[in-house]
Every structure is written in structure tokens, then in C-alpha cells.
Design a protein around this ligand. Sequence first.
Ligand code: G3H
Ligand code: 13P
Ligand code: ZN
Length: 327
Amino acid sequence: MAIVTSTEMFKKAYDGGYAIGAFNVNNMEIIQGITAAAIAERAPLILQVSKGARAYANHIYLMKLIEAAIEDAEQNAGFDLPICVHLDHGDSFELCKSCIDGGFTSVMIDKSGLPLKENIAITKQVVEYAHDHGVVVEAELGTLAGVEDEVNVSAEDSSYTHPDDVQEFVESTGCDSLAIAIGTSHGAYKFTAAQCTRNEQGLLVPPPLRFDILREVEKRLPGFPIVLHGSSSVPQEFVKIINENGGRMPDAVGIPEEQLREAARMAVCKINIDSDLRLAMTACIRQYFNEHPDHFDPRQYLKPARAAIQKMVQHKLVDVLGCNGKA
Ligand code: G3H
Ligand code: 13P
Ligand code: ZN
């Protein structure tokens, strides 16, 4: 199967009450771990590449690795693995154009930090170029707290999406999906301890997602695919392993998985997960080094790290996104 757009994936996900996982990729082991999980669960995939990932690994390497994953699935698992290759947080027309020209089937233009009219103008420009080339566009309204690629958004500046804006935005830009801010946030430290309560085990419990805003958006954009960024759950078992093996990540906290499952049943068709991949990999490698201080062959520690990514992604596909068996 060739690389596909997300159009068909989102239509089925919307109607079926599930979401597609959009996982960030930066190297071969991450791509292999994610695609092995999708093959095992017969799930469609969005693999997304940030500006930083492109700078780190190089556009052409990532494209070829993704093409290799599709070919490998076909030849060795007899499975037509549908993958949409997406630019995550594109910050300029030029970057979006370069990814479109380089074979991506989806791009995000993120001008959510600009006033509405300016966000509309740049998004529209990207949509026109993308649609002329058979590529779909994700845009964003509202601001997430946390770290977005190279842009830092402080918690005080974070503002939820205003449902009153979404119709005008989607109609004037022609975008194909919309990322909204309902309380998710990027990174492994999504909330300060002061914003959370603590449960009986002393673990931080974050404020619930704003399902009221999601319902309002859904009402104003019936049938339209909504995207959630910053949706890692920061599994505490990974944080514990990291902290027990030389790391220091106090009070790392994410979005509870049940809330993401609930959002996936609604208009949310794409859920972005990056930090959980990083945590799974880092936990595994830290533990490996602690247990094998004399090892130095990267294959020895990258192999279990890749397997840890696969296990975590399979869990997300089945228990959080509900997209297993949908490819
Ligand atoms: O939302 C941002 C993603 O987690 C990508 O992060 O810019 O470090 O690649 P990155
Ligand atoms: P997390 O940091 O919660 O994994 O979010 C990733 C993301 O939104 C990528 O665009
Ligand atoms: Zn994001």
C-alpha cells in the first residue's frame, strides 16, 4: 500500500467512535516499534514528524524508513499497513510546502498563537497549496500549555478553544481537521502540582478535560474531525523505572487514559502521542544500563527499548484509541 491521507481514516473513525493514533517518529527503532504494534493489532496509523525530528533525522531518511515499514508489513506479514505521514506543528508555509513536495500526505499549520484573522490567512494559504497536491491540512485554534516544538507556551497564556470561532475558522480556511485546546498539554509535566489534587497513593490527579467545550465544538462542526495534541498519559510505571535507575522526573503527570477513550468516542479522530514513546524508551534504556553496566553495544539496549515501544503502542491502540482491527 502507498502512503495514504487521513481522509478515509477520519471518516471511519468518526462514524465508528474511535480515534487514530498519531505517533511522533525520530529514528528507525521508534518507527519499527510503532509499526510492529499496528501490524499486530491491524490498526491504521499516522506517523508524524516535527520540525525538530526533520532536523535530527533528515526528511529523506524518515520517508525511506516509513516506506520500508510499509514494504516490510506487506512482504513479511502479508498486511497492507495504511500509514499517513504528517508534519506535526508546521510553523510556516515554506515548511509545509517542503513536506508536501517531499511526499507527506498531511501537514499541520500551527498558527494558533496568532490572532484569529492572521491564523486564518496563513492556514488558507497552506490549504490551497496542499489541496492542489492532494494533501490534507490540520490547523489549530486555542493554545495548549507546555512545549510545542521550539515554541514555549507558559501555563498562564494557555487558553481553551472558543467554540464561537470554530465554524468561521473551518469555513474560511477549508482545513480538513482541527486541533483544539480542552486541557491537554505537551510534554511529561503537563500540570504543576498546584493545579492537581493528590490521590490516596500520593499521585497527582490532573484537572479533568473540558468535555463541555468538546461537545460545543462537535455541535457546531457536525461530522468534522477534531484532533487532540498533548495526549500522553505519562504512565507512572515508566516514571518510577526512570527515577529508580538514575533519572529525576518528580511529579511528571499526564492525561488519564479513560478521558482520552471518552474523547475518542466523540468527535476526536486523531490523538497525538509522543512523550509516552520517549518515556517507554528512556525507562527501558536506563534500566538496561543499570542492570548491565559493562554492555556497550547499542543493539543490546535498543532492542528491548523498541519492544517496550511496541508494547506501549499496542496498549494505546486497543485500550485508549479503540482502532485495533480497523485497518
Ligand atoms: O508537540 C511536539 C512533539 O512532541 C514534537 O516534539 O519538537 O521535540 O520533536 P519535538
Ligand atoms: P505529548 O507530549 O503529550 O506526547 O503530545 C505530543 C503532541 O501533541 C505532538 O504534537
Ligand atoms: Zn502537539
